[in-house]
Design a protein around this ligand. Structure first.
Ligand SMILES: Cc1cc2nc3c(=O)[nH]c(=O)nc-3n(C[C@H](O)[C@H](O)[C@H](O)COP(=O)(O)OP(=O)(O)OC[C@H]3O[C@@H](n4cnc5c(N)ncnc54)[C@H](O)[C@@H]3O)c2cc1C
Length: 303
């Protein structure tokens, strides 16, 4: 018989209507395919369930970690105590609000949101097609690509506090800047976002999305587990160019390496640990700093 921890027993007793996953490997939920088991994982089906989970977590003195699609997270090898709330595929509603606005729940993938908009003949989310994260994760860190970012199209965001209270923030109140929003300084959970788009023929939108997909395929190591760009764009340069310039393509620590195809990506060659990735990022940052005087900071969120 399995021995449950006190936390596992209590949370399932207090929330019998919610399905929990015990000792769930984080490696199954992160695009790096790295990370030990979390004590409890929850995938709420709607905002009410999310609020229930948050209230009970508070009662049990636990602050949950929030996971979207896990495409920008490096989870610890030793696993995690407590609760991870995974919103990917959980909060999954998407709807048209009026002619030019759509509302998208946090768990919807950025690609699905872009395709939904394209099918309605609404332009503005093309950049998000191909970013493998969820809308919640994208809003949290103002994801962007090919000249577009969430900030350009987002008009408002419904955010739940860790007390289970909902607030609506305007785009200005979200404090978006390069790969940043207010939620990094003032914790809260994206429940849904409203995007303002412009009318355009669907075929034109799709053609542009296909062009961007081809660019990604040609330049990025999409066949290997990664978390996308390993470093933020530094002031005064591009991370990939600085890393390439330092001769670090293929540079390897354990099972983690700088991609041969795109120097901005750290990839898992198979069996990489979180320690390997952290050491790789630290060593690459040091070597680039010695050579250029520019300090690279990780873009991937290290848990
Ligand atoms: C192959 C590849 C290509 C990529 N290309 C790009 C790119 O072009 N542009 C780009 O910007 N990124 C890119 N990324 C990185 C990643 O997809 C984005 O950062 C994405 O926005 C992360 O979303 P996620 O749902 O996976 O977030 P996660 O990785 O699950 O989480 C990232 C952070 O967001 C927080 N978070 C997640 N959901 C919520 C929520 N609902 N409320 C509050 N906080 C939340 C988490 O706590 C965590 O701190 C790429 C990644 C890969 C693997």
């Amino acid at each position: 018989m399995t021995d449950f921890t006190v936390f596992q027993r209590e949370i399932s007793r207090l929330l019998p209507h919610i399905k929990f996953y015990f000792n769930e490997p984080m490696a199954k939920h992160t695009s790096f395919r790295i990370g030990g088991a979390v004590e409890v994982m929850a995938m709420p089906e709607n905002a009410d369930q999310l609020a229930d989970i948050l209230k009970v977590s508070k009662l049990l003195d636990t602050k949950p970690a929030i996971l979207g699609a896990g495409t920008n997270v490096l989870a610890p090898d030793e696993g995690m105590k407590g609760l991870v709330v995974c919103l990917k595929d959980a909060l999954d509603a998407i709807s048209q609000v009026d002619e030019t606005h759509i509302r998208v729940s946090a768990g919807v993938s950025m690609t699905k949101a872009a395709v939904f908009a394209a099918n309605l003949g609404l332009s503005g989310l093309e950049f998000a097609h191909g970013i493998p994260g969820s809308v919640g994760g994208g809003v949290y860190m103002n994801a962007g690509a090919y000249g577009g970012e969430i900030k350009d199209v987002c008009v408002s965001v419904d955010v739940m506090t860790f007390d289970g209270v909902l607030h609506t923030y305007t785009s200005e109140e979200m404090g978006f800047s390069y790969r940043h929003s207010r939620l990094e300084d003032e914790p809260g959970i994206v429940v849904s976002a409203v995007f303002s788009l412009t009318e355009k023929p669907s075929e034109e939108i799709r053609a542009y999305m296909q062009e961007l997909a081809a660019k990604r395929k040609a330049s990025q190591p999409l066949d290997k587990p990664s978390a996308g760009s390993a470093f933020k764009r530094p002031v005064g340069g591009y991370a990939a160019a600085l890393i390439d310039g330092a001769g670090l393509k293929g540079y390897q620590v354990g099972g983690a390496a700088i991609s041969e195809k795109h120097a901005g990506f750290a990839v898992n060659l198979g069996g990489a640990t979180a320690e390997d990735v952290k050491n790789l990022l630290a060593q690459v940052s040091d070597i680039v700093f010695e050579r250029s005087g520019i300090r690279l900071e990780p873009e991937v969120r290290i848990w």
